[in-house]
Write a protein of this length. Structure first.
Length: 212
């Protein structure tokens, strides 16, 4: 039986990834891997009036694919934080719980971060507080290509290319009211922000309902 799970750090990752925090007693964040492109390490997907929009944190040019995740630098020349916050505000300004949580989130989009890992870690800690999850979170002490029999290796299992139809026998999205559901129908497995703004204090209960 898997009692813990190993996951990468993410930028407001998909709901599916946070169901692991209610299924497992312990979550270990990988901090010794090399950065991987095409992942949720530097992006998230939200629902807008025009459909799904991917918000991507720009990185300084360089060989990030071979760089340790804790050394990957953000390109702050594009004012990306302001752009991302305006997109989030436009998408969720009319959601039931936007006003309730926005003051907690705004500082993350005002403080300058030089490193991707540091920003994502602060975001991650805030999300866990909002969700009121009691899971024990630790950080990897070294890089392991394979985990032991008691730990689920969930690194890079949910990606932008497959998150809408990810093959996970322990996850099944259940519906909740979304801001633009009347236009697009229910969209599963969006950023955890979508769930928080739409369901508020019930977000944790929803996560549990998605665990198979």
């Amino acid at each position: 039986m898997k009692t813990s799970v190993l996951m990468e750090i993410q930028y407001l990752g998909p709901i599916q990834c946070f169901t692991k925090y209610v299924k497992h007693n312990k979550v270990c964040i990988e901090q010794h891997e090399n950065y991987r492109k095409g992942s949720f390490r530097n992006r998230c997907c939200i629902a807008t009036a025009n459909g799904i929009v991917s918000l991507s944190i720009p990185l300084l040019k360089g060989k990030h694919q071979q760089a340790n995740i804790k050394k990957v630098a953000i390109d702050n020349n594009s004012n990306w934080q302001s752009i991302h916050w305006k997109s989030i505000q436009t998408a969720y300004g009319n959601s039931p719980f936007f006003e309730y949580y926005k003051d907690d989130l705004i500082p993350l989009f005002q403080k300058k971060y030089d490193l991707l890992f540091n920003f994502c870690l602060d975001v991650h800690e805030l999300v866990l507080r909002v969700l009121q999850l009691k899971t024990t979170v630790s950080f990897s002490s070294s890089f392991c290509k394979k985990t032991d029999e008691k730990q689920l290796d969930f690194r890079s299992q949910v990606l932008p290319k497959n998150y809408l139809h990810s093959d996970d026998p322990h996850f099944e999205a259940t519906t909740y009211p979304q801001v633009f559901e009347d236009r697009h129908g229910f969209i599963p497995n969006l950023s955890i922000l979508d769930l928080i703004f739409c369901t508020g204090p019930e977000a944790g209960t929803y996560l549990m309902s998605c665990v198979k």
